[in-house]
Write a protein that binds this ligand. Structure first.
Ligand SMILES: Cc1cc2nc3c(=O)[nH]c(=O)nc-3n(C[C@H](O)[C@H](O)[C@H](O)COP(=O)(O)OP(=O)(O)OC[C@H]3O[C@@H](n4cnc5c(N)ncnc54)[C@H](O)[C@@H]3O)c2cc1C
Length: 360
């Protein structure tokens, strides 16, 4: 099961005025627990002004670069955790870091010859950098095209790293910067990535989009715009990988109850929670708080982070009974079909339910 460990901060590098890149030293004893797949994230547990915060940050290093896990944190306006990290984190400090997780990834195969395309904006570059580096090193015949939106040149996170990679992989990596305050002679590279601009970029730089695999990560509106552009071009949803950093609906507080459908179970369910091999029974109202909130109120140390259905830290498997999720932006269709749920969104729909956090 996912667990927090104290990790030493090996390095802090100020990448742009608002963003830092943080390296964690992984002791030998924890190396297997911190093994990760390109595109995954870790969750940090911080105390800021007496308040415990859990925040997820994507890993920007490649799993092929051993001994260190690196993340990039961009300060958001009035952001509690990101401001604390960007302003105060120093080399040598320790942080509580949860073992890696996440589905924003794809299986790689060195024999394949593919063309991956990514749209990133701002800190959305972080998981995409990990994917891009891993693809270029693991699939020697594959190509990668990145469309990367930022306000201006000075705010481009990993600008130098991307330049180096372009030099190293001249024939296989293309990077197109789109700057909202840019003054390029070609207007296509100036302004925000709207649906129309995404279509034009794809039309000019990506032949045959119907047969590509796409990664999208950045502010919600950019992701909506790019998804719309791809859908209008006939790209199948199965070809899209999308990572949300913020929930479109909630800020992490307890959610209002979900409406219970006609004829569905409306009572109080006995929910057996399996955690670290131990079983605990909790009582959960069908139209009350989600299973995660009730389990936390009961004092169980169940894993969680965003509480807004965008990360999968609170994932568990339903092994008995019926449940319903209010939202899901993190689990794949296959995982849902296999009985996995985001417990921050899960409500019982039968009198007896068993949820296993050990089957993460
Ligand atoms: C799977 C996953 C991976 C993530 N990876 C990264 C990453 O690699 N780098 C990174 O910097 N962040 C990443 N995030 C976002 C990160 O977890 C925090 O949400 C972010 O740092 C803001 O936290 P905060 O405590 O500073 O802001 P809060 O105090 O929680 O929020 C302050 C205000 O800012 C708004 N806000 C919160 N997050 C954002 C945002 N991302 N953009 C704009 N406004 C926002 C809130 O709605 C609120 O109004 C990721 C999130 C998830 C779920």
């Amino acid at each position: 099961m996912a667990k927090f460990h104290s990790l030493e901060v090996a390095s802090v590098h100020h990448e742009t005025p608002e963003a830092i890149v943080v390296g964690f030293r992984i002791p030998d004893a924890l190396r297997s627990e911190f093994q990760f797949i390109h595109g995954q994230y870790v969750t940090l547990k911080l105390t800021v002004n007496g308040e415990e915060l859990r925040r997820s940050y994507s890993i920007c290093s490649s799993p092929l670069d051993i001994h260190e896990i690196r993340i990039a944190v961009k300060r958001v306006q009035d952001g509690r955790a990101s401001t604390e990290l960007v302003e105060k984190l120093k080399q040598g400090m320790t942080l509580e870091v949860m073992t890696p997780m996440g589905n924003f990834t794809t299986a790689l195969d060195p024999t394949k010859e593919r063309h991956f395309v990514a749209f990133a904006a701002g800190s959305g570059i972080t998981p995409i950098l990990s994917i891009l580096k891993t693809v270029l090193r693991s699939e020697p015949k594959s190509r990668f095209t990145l469309f990367y939106g930022n306000t201006d040149r000075d705010r481009i996170i990993f600008r130098k790293k991307l330049d180096e990679l372009k030099t190293q992989y001249t024939d296989r990596l293309a990077v197109h910067h789109i700057l909202s305050q840019g003054k390029d002679e070609d207007a296509l590279f100036n302004g925000r990535i709207t649906t129309e601009k995404a279509k034009q970029l794809l039309g000019r730089f990506v032949a045959d989009a119907l047969h590509k695999e796409f990664f999208i990560c950045g502010p919600e509106q950019m992701m909506v715009n790019v998804s719309e552009a791809l859908e209008s071009m006939g790209v199948d949803k199965k070809q899209l990988h999308i990572e949300l950093f913020t929930s479109p609906v909630t800020s992490g507080a307890k959610k209002p109850p979900v409406a219970v459908g006609e004829g569905a179970f409306k009572g109080t369910a006995k929910v057996k929670v399996i955690l670290d091999g131990r079983e605990t029974e909790i009582t959960v109202n069908a139209n009350g708080d989600a299973v995660l909130d009730v389990a936390l109120d009961a004092g169980l140390d169940v894993p969680f982070a965003c509480k807004g259905a965008v990360c999968c830290t609170c994932k568990a498997r339903v092994v008995e009974g019926q449940v319903e999720m209010a939202m899901n932006y993190a689990l794949t269709d296959e995982e849902v079909a296999d009985g996995y749920v985001l417990t921050c969104q899960t409500h019982p729909r039968s009198a007896n339910v068993t949820i296993d956090y050990d089957q993460h």
